[in-house]
Design a protein around this ligand. Structure first.
Ligand SMILES: Cc1cc2nc3c(=O)[nH]c(=O)nc-3n(C[C@H](O)[C@H](O)[C@H](O)COP(=O)(O)OP(=O)(O)OC[C@H]3O[C@@H](n4cnc5c(N)ncnc54)[C@H](O)[C@@H]3O)c2cc1C
Length: 386
């Protein structure tokens, strides 16, 4: 099997690249300085239909696969942009598609595809649970035809720029016979929330990333917004992780290519000691090594996406791709910074901004330690490490 773009994927890549050219690095740089959301970019991406890539055609989307969604996100990051402003819509939407009922799909998916609704927020992480999601303490208690939600989430990104939030909350106490039982997923319509029931506290981070602490106080969610079966929500979240990991890997590959392109261009034109710095092995070889790491990660990402789109098991590939791609983009980021010397630190060269942005993917949406634990246990058959 040759792992490269099909003709359709190559055409999609070219079209996304063209759209991104309308939002050059100066655009992203200014937003970074002002810590603002890329509203115009997300609007253009939505209008072009790219954020509805994974929504089936019967609901008004493009009906494409993860491989195509990956091309879109990779190109955004490769251009110097940051797909984190909107990537979650692609993988959150899969939960509604796979586990939502017909009414929910008809109610939300066409409106998301048309760009009238945004499903960008994903409320899973909690301050006291961290990566141990089964310790989720936010509760959703059934009262008649509603659930009443109380609790606190942290790092809920894009909630200020989303209409809907996929929320994980506890509907029953943990069951010792099935540790995963008792959590449920809800599609919360943030527009319906009366004042005071959702408090959003923005968190300023290393990079321009809209993320928040969110406090729920007696928030009422209609029972019709429960996704799938009550108590099975953890399984639905796990079900979406392969898509998430493959798409994050694609963004990292895009970042990696951005850094390599910048490093190569600079190494070829910067003259020190009367020669281009790229003629020195000490400069050239680290760039070549980082390039090799990015390309290898891309192959794993392509393998995982191919399996995913065929409906085959791909957790080993998706986890490995996320690990390799996040490490490769971070390696490339450091190499680009080294190559640009002092200018690597200057905002106007964009490398320091992208350096900050790509670092996130070693830690989130899942830390690489947890990926290694998955590979150790589920791929290699060693004892569970936690
Ligand atoms: C900018 C940003 C945006 C985010 N957006 C979202 C979002 O939209 N929605 C959402 O739900 N979450 C989001 N997250 C949360 C993200 O998924 C978590 O930060 C991440 O999973 C780590 O959780 P934590 O910080 O609580 O780490 P902790 O659980 O406190 O862990 C801290 C460190 O210890 C390590 N560790 C813990 N246990 C083990 C173990 N058994 N073995 C080895 N190492 C271990 C972890 O790998 C980690 O490095 C975001 C985070 C950030 C920083």
């Amino acid at each position: 099997m040759i792992l490269q773009d099909t003709a359709d994927q190559a055409a999609l890549r070219a079209a996304v690249r063209e759209l991104c050219e309308g939002f050059g690095n100066a655009y992203w740089r200014d937003l970074d300085l002002q810590r603002q959301y890329p509203e115009a970019f997300v609007k253009a991406l939505t209008e072009a239909g790219y954020l509805a890539a994974l929504i089936p055609e019967e609901y008004g989307g493009a009906g494409l696969g993860i491989a195509e969604a990956a091309v879109i996100l990779e190109e955004i990051n490769r251009s110097g942009g940051n797909a984190a402003a909107c990537h979650a819509q692609m993988y959150i939407m899969g939960t509604v598609l796979r586990h939502g009922n017909d009414d929910q799909k008809r109610r939300y998916l066409p409106a998301i595809a048309r760009g009238e609704l945004r499903l960008q927020a994903f409320g899973v992480t909690e301050p006291n649970a961290g990566v141990d999601t089964l310790k989720t303490a936010t509760t959703a208690k059934r009262r008649g035809d509603r659930y009443v939600v109380n609790g606190r989430k942290v790092w809920t990104s894009r909630v200020q720029h989303s209409d809907l939030m996929l929320l994980l909350a506890r509907t029953a106490p943990p069951d010792p016979r099935d540790r995963t039982y008792g959590l449920s997923t809800f599609l919360v319509d943030l527009r319906d929330a009366p004042p005071g029931m959702i408090e959003v506290r923005p968190i300023r981070t290393l990079m321009n990333h809209e993320t928040n602490e969110v406090v729920f106080s007696d928030l009422e969610v209609p029972a019709g917004n429960l996704i799938g079966e009550e108590g099975s929500g953890f399984r639905y979240i796990l079900d979406g992780l392969n898509a998430e990991r493959l798409l994050i890997a694609a963004e990292c590959v895009g970042d990696g290519r951005f850094f390599i392109e910048r490093a190569v261009a600079y190494a070829r034109q910067r003259i020190v000691f009367d020669r281009p710095i790229g003629r020195n092995q000490g400069v050239q070889f680290p760039i070549a090594r980082a390039h090799a790491a990015v390309e290898a990660a891309d192959l794993m990402r392509r393998q995982g996406s191919g399996l995913f789109d065929l409906g085959k098991a791909c957790a080993a590939e998706a986890n490995t791709a996320k690990l390799l791609a996040s490490e490769a983009s971070w390696q490339a980021a450091n190499v680009a910074l080294d190559t640009l010397g002092g200018y690597g630190f200057a905002h106007e060269y964009d490398v320091e901004r992208k350096f900050r942005e790509t670092r996130l993917y070693i830690t989130a949406p899942v830390p690489n330690n947890l990926i290694l634990a998955y590979v150790g246990e589920h791929v290699l058959g060693m004892e569970r490490s936690f």
